[in-house]
Design a protein around this ligand. Structure first.
Ligand SMILES: C[S@@+](CC[C@H](N)C(=O)[O-])C[C@H]1O[C@@H](n2cnc3c(N)ncnc32)[C@H](O)[C@@H]1O
Length: 180
């Protein structure tokens, strides 16, 4: 093996070792797969099941006293009142104080639009969202709400691992818009 090849091989091994240690996984899939896995979480419908950490929700619930979870399943709903996929939360009227941690797939824009528009009709909607500040939905809607960037990364759905993306809480306040 010539010197530059030996250097390239040992450098890749070292990088893999560091990544492996960082991920704490004990093993490492091929680098391409790892990248795809990290990206798919941003778009996959699997994120539908990524429920809000209970203590995180409790903190906001203490402040807002939510009346309804606008997108949930019976097993992950944060409120006793909630809209299921069968009812389709996007087709319902949102009133009062609403909690929204929407599916993080491509439909997310519809949810953020609905949250903003519901606030124009008097609802207060508190949204837990990935902080994708370069997206159209961020610029079209999120910047019109109160934005709180979350320090660190959340651990969704009781996962031991932190999410591979930052989060933000956006509050679209019904009253403040003066349109109640
Ligand atoms: C990220 S999870 C949030 C779950 C829970 N609300 C929470 O905060 O932990 C998004 C939820 O939205 C549900 N969902 C997907 N499409 C929906 C729809 N059209 N109407 C109502 N809920 C929907 C999914 O089944 C999933 O449970």
């Amino acid at each position: 093996m010539n010197e530059s090849l030996r250097y390239a091989v040992s450098r890749e091994s070292l990088l893999r070792l560091q990544l492996s240690w960082f991920l704490g996984s004990g093993g490492l899939p091929p680098l391409g797969t790892l990248w795809e896995k990290r990206m798919e979480v941003h778009f996959s419908s699997k994120t539908d099941l990524w429920s809000t950490p209970q203590d995180f929700y409790d903190k906001y619930n203490k402040k807002y006293n939510f009346e309804i979870d606008v997108c949930a399943l019976p097993e992950n709903s944060k409120c006793s009142k909630f809209f299921t996929p069968e009812q389709d939360g996007l087709k319902q009227k949102w009133v009062g104080t609403c909690w929204m941690n929407p599916p993080y797939g491509r439909e997310i824009k519809k949810w953020v639009k609905k949250a903003y528009e519901s606030s124009l009709n008097g609802a207060t909607v508190v949204c837990l969202l990935p902080a994708r500040t370069d997206t159209t939905w961020w610029h079209d809607y999120c910047i019109k709400g109160d934005i709180e960037f979350i320090r660190g990364r959340l651990k969704f759905g009781g996962s031991k691992n932190s999410a591979p993306f930052p989060s933000a809480v956006i509050v679209f306040k019904g009253e403040e818009n003066g349109r109640v």
